[in-house]
Design a protein around this ligand. Sequence first.
Ligand SMILES: [Zn+2]
Length: 263
Amino acid sequence: MSRILTEVLAANAAYAKSFGAKANLQIQPARRFAVLTCMDARIDPAKLAGLAEGDAHVIRNAGGRASDDAIRSLVISHKLLGTLEWFVIHHTDCGMGMFTDDTMRALLAGSLEAAAFGRDGWRNTGKGPGSTEGDFIDWLTFKDAAEAVLTDIRRIRSHPLVPAGIPIYGYVYDVRSGRLEEVRGAKALGGVARRSGRAATKGGRSSAGRAAAAKRSAPAATEKTGAAKRAAASGKKAGAAKKAKPAAASAKKSGAKPRGKAA
Ligand SMILES: [Zn+2]
């Protein structure tokens, strides 16, 4: 067995030992939101946004791009699993800014083995053959993270399968500070579209959605899961249950700026 495999299985055995009340979590994310972000190893969405198991959907790919597949997940996240607010979070120093489609295609055409990045950019160090299949993939690279957030929000917002009432927030995560910085213009772009049904949607979200989240978190609190303990400490979910006003608390916890006027 590889060392990594041994380590992962050992870590999982320890995790499962204290799994406790997490066995009773519902399939629907209790806090009813989804995050689309990059697969970068320095990003831990649970930590940076204060998530516990069962809280939210996290959809990840290289760059955190709004690819067809990311949109597929977001649509399922809302349509079947009830999320009502979405975040697009890219980050500083993203690897997607270190190459272009042409670079990737040329590298793959030469060799499938891992390339190396040096002073002159990327170069193959392994042996061939490669494959030209890379020519048929849009690698969704970008140069500017903030700009890419806006591009992705624009695409999600205008997608025919995405309801107008879902606010889409846009942030860049700073891998040097751990902070989320709101992308200028994201709020306007990702805000709920002005349609006649908007008020009704908002009402439904704030009452039914929050009540469901509060209800779901209540049994967990009595069973003292790690999540419940953290929630009790922060007053996050307790606040949600009592006051039905979790937005400010959860936004504060995550370090994210509060959403524009309760969405
Ligand atoms: Zn990245």
